[in-house]
Structure formats: structure tokens, C-alpha cells
Write a protein that binds this ligand. Structure first.
Ligand code: PMP
Length: 385
């Protein structure tokens, strides 16, 4: 009997069979005609999934942190003012990355479990002139979701470029990049895109490309410099190979399948599925007697959840009891509260059956720790609502 657990941490996630099959193909050369076609298709499909038909997509070997650093490196120069809206660990971290590239950062931090409101953003943008503003759409340390549309619109109103960290949201939460006027939307392959880790992905608006072209100083990272990568992306999109750094060829083949899966499901259907499963999971947790880190439904992400353990249960005991469950979940991440909660990813191809197993596993572990929880009933009730 297989002892493999379903991977329900908030990334990397389980991948569909066709994605894994593409990973396992004989390694394609980066100038092979089939590979060039796949790379071009990926770039075109990204514009569809990002809902940004006139944006410039980039596919680079690296993790989500590279995508964040690439946006920072190309869009900031020494002394530029940046506003970072932080709802957890990843917002705080982005402030450090922007500073490394010369930005003077103002960090606007939300109380744990809360989002930063449009009114707070408006106030911050009215009191100081910023070149750019970043926010984490879904912070994976808190499961708090920000209102991407209002922030994009406020950025436009105040003439500030916006960077959306969508590592835990792209392809799981709705983002209309072009309509909402967001300049950079970035992610990594291993989350709701449904591909193994290893690709940094982003789509950049024409406005941001123009701002980068008008830089007075060199980009401070050689690998991240769009000067090196833009011609490569343009070449592959028009069916020609080009070289700057060797692309992760098997991962690009896998990305082609991942993006096809998303487009075949349909964006609206996919967001709706995430919405329904996210809601049902939160309801099930509440029926088991657990509160959540996000303070309200309105700010709760649909790609992952962060339930709080009762004070009587320690995280190590709970995680040990989860060892016999059929799913793998993650502990807390936000340093000040990391031993008080756990995290469950329900993005990409996660389905009702995965969530049922997960809820039952959590109930089992809670019971091992002295609670009296009925997982089967909680899930049945939650999914029927
Ligand atoms: N931002 C967010 C919201 C994330 O969840 C993560 C990864 N968990 C990152 C950035 C960093 O991505 P990576 O681990 O792929 O470098």
C-alpha cells in the first residue's frame, strides 16, 4: 500500500499527470523546434491567464523570490520611494528586497489577520509621492487576501506603479491585471499554476517597461536585468530561439501543460471552484471548533487557509498526530505566532476528495490531542452549504 501523502501544504502542490509526464520527457534542447513552439505558447497563454493581453510575459528559471527581486531590480533606482503594503511575512520580506536595490521603503503593516484597506492606501499615497507600491495579494503566512482591484486603481489614480506578489494567488484568485491597471503581476510555478517548483513568472505592463527603459542607472543584478531577458522573450514569442541563460526546458514543457489545464478549465470556473472549496474548508474548520487567522470572510484567501489551534493543543503534538493522516499540511510561518496555527493549501487541482481527506485528518489529529471532533460530519455539512 502506498504511504505517499497528498501534498496539501501551501506550495509546492500536487501536479496533474500531464504536467508530470511533460517533466519526464527526454530533455528538450532550448533551440529544438518543439521547444521553441512550447515556449512561445507559454508566453501567449500567460497573457490569457494573467488577463493582460498587452503585457510582456517573462519566464525565468528561479523561484518566486527571483520574480520579486527582478521586479525590484528593474523598477527601482537609488533613492526611489516605495510603499510596501504588508499583511505578513512576504510583505516584510519584500521591503528588504526593495531596499537592497536602492529604494527608500515605507512599510505599511496590517494588524495580523487584517488587510490594509483602500482608505489606508489612499491616505498613504496622498501624503507622499511614491514611484511604486507593492502588495501581497495573498500572504501565505496569514492567508489574508488584499483587494487587488482597489489597489491597482488607486495606484493609477496617484500615478504610482503597482507590483502584485501573486505567488499564492495567480490562477487561484481572480486578477484582471490589465483592467485593474496593475503593472507587475508575478508568481512561481509551484503554486496555483500547478507545475513543479523552479520557474519565476511575471507579466509586466507597457507602462512599467517604459519606466524601466527610462532608467538612468544600470540594473544592479546581471541575471535579473530585463535588458538580457526581454529580447529572449520576444524571440521565443515570435518562434525564434535566443540565448541568454539556459531555460529550464523540461519545466517550460510542464508549464505549457499547466497553463493549458487552466485555460481548458476556464478562468471563471477555476476561480469559482477555488472560492467554493475555500469557503467549504473554512466552514468545516469552524464546525471543528477552530478559528482562523484572517479576521473575516472578506479578507480570507481561497488558495490556502490558516486555522488556529485551541490553546490546549501544541503544534508539535498536532503535527505529530497528522503524521498518520493521508495528507501533508504545513505549520505556522509568521514568526510571532508560528506555533499557534497551521496552514493548508487548497489550490490548483485540489478537489473535494482532497479536502475531505484533509478535514478528516485534521479532526483525527485534534482528537488525538484530546478534542472531540467529527471530521466526516463537518465536511459533509460544509460542502452541502
Ligand atoms: N511570496 C509569497 C506570497 C509566497 O507564498 C512565496 C513562497 N511561499 C514567495 C513570495 C517566495 O516564493 P519562492 O519560495 O518560490 O521563492
Amino acid at each position: 500500500m502506498s504511504t505517499r501523502k497528498r501534498l496539501m501544504i501551501p506550495g509546492p502542490i500536487e501536479c496533474e499527470a500531464n504536467v508530470l509526464a511533460a517533466m519526464g520527457e527526454p530533455v528538450p534542447g532550448h533551440t529544438a523546434p518543439g521547444f521553441i513552439a512550447s515556449f512561445g505558447q507559454c508566453l501567449k497563454m500567460m497573457k490569457q491567464v494573467w488577463q493582460c493581453p498587452s503585457g510582456q510575459p517573462f519566464i525565468i528559471a528561479g523561484s518566486g523570490t527571483l520574480a520579486l527581486e527582478m521586479a525590484a531590480a528593474n523598477l527601482t533606482e537609488e533613492g526611489d520611494h516605495a510603499l510596501v503594503l504588508s499583511t505578513g511575512y512576504f510583505g516584510e520580506r519584500y521591503a528588504r528586497i526593495l531596499e537592497r536595490h536602492g529604494a527608500k521603503v515605507t512599510l505599511l503593516e496590517a494588524k495580523t489577520g487584517h488587510a490594509i484597506t483602500a482608505r489606508q492606501v489612499e491616505e498613504a499615497l496622498s501624503t507622499k509621492k511614491y514611484k511604486l507600491m507593492s502588495f501581497t495579494h495573498v500572504d501565505t503566512s496569514t492567508a489574508v487576501k488584499m483587494d487587488a482591484q482597489s489597489i491597482g486603481e488607486l495606484g493609477n489614480k496617484h500615478g504610482v506603479m503597482t507590483i502584485l506578489d501573486g505567488v499564492c494567488s495567480v490562477a487561484g484568485e481572480n486578477i484582471r491585471q490589465e483592467e485593474w491597471g496593475i503593472d507587475v503581476v508575478l508568481t512561481a510555478s509551484q503554486k496555483a499554476i500547478g507545475v513543479p517548483p523552479g520557474l519565476a513568472l511575471m507579466v509586466v505592463s507597457d507602462k512599467a517597461i517604459q519606466a524601466w527603459k527610462e532608467r538612468k542607472t544600470l540594473v544592479r543584478s546581471y541575471y535579473a536585468d530585463w535588458t538580457n531577458w526581454l529580447p529572449i522573450m520576444e524571440a521565443y514569442e515570435t518562434g525564434k530561439p535566443a540565448y541568454f541563460g539556459t531555460p529550464a526546458t523540461n519545466l517550460v514543457k510542464a508549464l505549457e501543460k499547466g497553463l493549458e489545464n487552466i485555460i481548458n478549465e476556464g478562468l471563471e470556473a477555476r476561480f469559482d471552484r477555488h472560492n467554493r472549496l475555500g469557503k467549504a474548508f473554512r466552514t468545516a474548520m469552524s464546525l471543528l471548533g477552530l478559528d482562523m487567522i484572517p479576521a473575516s470572510e472578506e479578507v480570507s484567501a481561497n488558495t490556502l487557509s490558516a486555522p488556529i489551534l485551541p490553546e490546549t493543543i501544541s503544534l508539535p503534538d498536532f503535527m505529530q498526530a497528522m503524521g498518520s493522516a493521508k495528507v501533508a499540511i504545513a505549520g505556522g510561518l509568521l514568526p510571532e505566532i508560528k506555533t499557534r496555527y497551521f496552514r493548508v493549501g487548497h489550490m490548483g487541482s485540489a478537489d473535494k476528495e482532497d479536502l475531505r481527506l484533509c478535514v478528516e485528518g485534521i479532526a483525527f489529529a485534534l482528537n488525538e490531542c484530546g478534542m472531540n471532533a467529527n471530521g466526516e460530519k463537518a465536511w459533509r455539512t460544509a460542502i452541502a452549504e
